[in-house]
Ligand binder design. Structure first.
Ligand SMILES: NC(=O)c1ccc[n+]([C@@H]2O[C@H](COP(=O)([O-])OP(=O)(O)OC[C@H]3O[C@@H](n4cnc5c(N)ncnc54)[C@H](O)[C@@H]3O)[C@@H](O)[C@H]2O)c1
Length: 437
């Protein structure tokens, strides 16, 4: 342990990051910026090739630093598992999706841990960052690593440290977001804390890996439940003629005991729609039912249907039907100013409207082409936001309020706008009919 602590303190430790996506790539950056030699490993060869060429594949992270990284002698992108043997610390940032029946799919965690186990050696530290149910690090990763015949806590070290990355949020990055860490034993906790503290400004050690795993789930369940609450209140207040966004802004003036959450077209991304159900699944094993999580999931997953109902009603009031109407969807990404469409409600809304016979076009400055998705297939490319394209639509639906969209132009030339994000509130006297949904 002392040898590893000394290597961390002198920044001579080599850090490997396994899984170079939305979480892994910023982790590479944080450790490289901190002065460590970094190995970036991914099974996706196209990502490795791009990193070698200095090409950014996650636009929200910027491009210059990826170019600089490619030229750095301290960065080695690789898809060869044998290269991980050289690492003193290995940080796993692989996906944790849900299976077809909404059960945790830990296959990525298991496979990457097996790969790490195949070259595990004395003095290595493994940190899992992928969000999962409490008990994953100790109950899933540790038995795989233990098969190598080394003892955890003396020969090798194992900890969980959840990532709180929020892609596209300005002003925060891996280095500045406070970081929790919990070990499966005391020595593991100590070395993991030391490593993270070398790259992150504030590291908060907690008593166990399970506390760190549960804290991450609590954070995301808190968001899912509160978003469901405002999504439930939206039609209730609308029926009373009350603007929910004004209500939330009013309540948010209370300096304690209230945090604002805003309604929308439904949840998206790799975290909030998925992570809460990891706890639901695990709770069942202990004979418990997570009613809040289930209810929030039910309300939030209904939202795209509510938006489509609102579009149908609004078209009806203009003497039109969804069948045959041309609908221009603004924003495919699940949140503003990023290019991530995973679990995006826009995909569901487009699919529902197309299924009812609408002719769909979309505009998203960050997503030029509708990507291939397991559940949704649409042969669509982003159209320019011109007067003609706007005026040609029977209905414009704002699903994601990207900051690069010209809302004044929309208000000027659209006939009807169904706004799920309150994006049109800043536009003075729009000519278009605005319907909140
Ligand atoms: N995206 C976020 O904002 C965010 C925030 C906090 C936590 N998380 C959690 O972090 C984890 C990773 O999420 P992400 O958004 O970075 O996923 P991602 O899909 O963007 O990236 C995962 C990467 O892992 C690679 N990969 C898959 N299997 C692998 C294997 N066996 N070995 C090596 N690489 C492998 C994939 O090719 C991909 O590049 C998830 O558990 C997620 O819940 C995500």
């Amino acid at each position: 342990m002392n040898e590893l602590l000394a290597k961390i303190a002198s920044k001579t430790a080599t850090v490997a990051v396994v899984g170079l996506g939305y979480v892994g790539l910023p982790t590479v950056r944080a450790f490289h910026d901190a002065g460590f030699r970094v190995i970036g490993f991914d099974i996706d060869q196209t990502k490795i090739d791009k990193l070698r060429r200095g090409e950014a594949y996650l636009k929200h992270l910027g491009t210059d630093w990826v170019r600089a990284l490619a030229g750095s002698s301290r960065f080695q992108p690789t898809s060869a598992p044998a290269d991980l043997a050289a690492a003193d610390a290995i940080i796993l940032c692989v996906p944790t999706p849900l299976g077809e029946h909404r059960e945790p799919d830990l296959s990525f965690v298991e496979k990457s841990t097996e790969m790490v186990a195949s070259t595990l050696r004395r003095g290595q530290l493994i940190i899992l960052t992928s969000t999962s149910y409490p008990g994953t690090t100790r109950g899933v990763c540790k038995p795989i690593l233990d098969r190598r015949g080394l003892a955890c806590g003396t020969d090798y070290f194992l900890a969980f440290s959840p990532e709180r990355e929020d892609p596209g949020r300005p002003g925060v990055q891996t280095r500045t977001i406070p970081r929790l860490v919990g070990g499966v034993d005391e020595p593991s906790a100590r070395v993991a804390e030391a490593l993270l503290a070398a790259a992150v400004e504030r590291v908060i050690p907690v008593d166990s890996a399970e506390i760190a795993e549960s804290a991450k789930l609590l954070e995301n369940i808190y968001r899912a439940v509160n978003i469901a609450l405002v999504n439930e209140l939206k039609p209730v207040l609308a029926a009373m003629g009350i603007d929910i966004w004004k209500v939330i802004d009013a309540a948010a003036t209370k300096p304690f005991g209230f945090q604002p959450f805003y309604p929308g077209p439904g949840l998206g991304g790799h975290c909030i729609p998925i992570d809460p159900f990891y706890l639901t699944w695990r709770a069942r094993e202990f004979g418990h039912v997570t009613r809040f999580i289930e209810l929030a999931g039910e309300i939030n997953s209904r939202m795209p249907h509510q938006v489509v109902d609102a579009v149908a009603r609004a078209l009806d009031e203009s003497g039109k039907t969804v069948k045959g109407a041309s609908v221009l969807v603004i924003g495919l990404a699940y949140k503003p100013d990023i290019d991530d469409i995973r679990e995006s409600p826009a995909a569901e809304i487009i699919t529902l409207l197309a299924g009812m016979g609408a002719r769909i076009a979309y505009h998203d400055p960050h997503i030029p082409r509708f990507p291939r998705m397991r559940k949704y297939q649409h042969d669509l490319c982003s159209v320019d936001l011109t007067q003609q394209n706007i005026a040609a639509a029977d209905c414009v639906v704002i699903v994601t309020n990207h900051s690069g969209v010209d809302y004044v132009l929309l208000g000027e030339h659209a006939r009807l706008i169904v706004d799920t994000r309150n994006a049109m509130s800043a536009v003075k006297n729009p000519r278009a009919r605005i319907v909140r949904a």
